[in-house]
Write a protein of this length. Sequence first.
Length: 358
Amino acid sequence: MNSFYLLNLKNSNNLLKLILSPEFLNIKNEAKLMKKMPDNNRLSYRGLLVIEFVTIVIAFVAFSLVLNYNESFYMPDTILFNVFLIITEFGDILIYMLLISCFYYAYDKRIGKRLALCLLLSGYLIEFFKNIYQDPRPQNIETVDWDSYGFPSGHSSGSAAFYGYIGYSLKDKLKYSIIPILMSLIIMLIALSRVIIGVHDLQDIAGGLILGIGFLLAYIHLHPILNEKYVELDLTNRLLIALLVPTLLFIIGSLVFPFGDFAYVCGFLVGVSVGFILENEKVNYEPSEIDTKYRIINLVIGLVILSVLYYLIGELTELVNYFLFEFLMYSILGFVFGCVSPLIFTKINKTSKDIHRV
């Protein structure tokens, strides 16, 4: 019997004793129990509920497809239609950027960084798959002027990755215990909204959910492994990787699919990747270490800067409709978000504290 087997047997026995203990049944002791459990066994009951919920919804979609209920979910000119028009906006890039800004500028910048990378990488993957399948959207008045493809649903896939990662990041915080379940509910409502407002078929949202959840699981598993090796590199090599990898993804996507929309995703990815590195090395902004008042001020300033730049870049890219220019503009936007805004915060906060001392 080798040492590896003995170690696993010991861990299994410890885990079994823990599960059979009376305190395991007491939900008030959940936080203590999570600390006792080995890291590789930290799949909480909330995580299981989320997985079960997602499985049920995907099964429901598949069952509806078999029974040919695809068209029956489209409900134009109804109150439900208008409600789901609002719900679908929670899968929009502006809402994503608002939430990422809240994490990065005002709560925990590490979660904000990982969330931004998760969103951008999943966005690239979605665009790639859309151009592979080139599946037309359902034919109705809602999609008459749309030139993007249907399968897989970008809102379904993006929300599964984005809100799923928020739920994962907060799943072990006892005061946020409802968050994972709430996030999974938002994911499902966004997915269903795409069918109800008529811009996707059921198979589009099923494919989107599967792609998004698959990406999320891969990201959760691989990010810590790759990041551990990445942070051991010197500054120059990290900056080179931050510049070259998104640029290479942009070149590959643009060459394989010349009409694909890869410029803004890869451009922003370059900007934030470089910005995050320089912010960590030179600025070291820590929202968790400052007063709530300054967090709110910083968030407002950051959102104003981001909104103004986003609007200006949108206008400029309309005038100069060239994919390399778009790539460059969104690189600047990403860098300002990741590094310049935190630098401004630290200067303002320092000046405010100096004034109060006087």
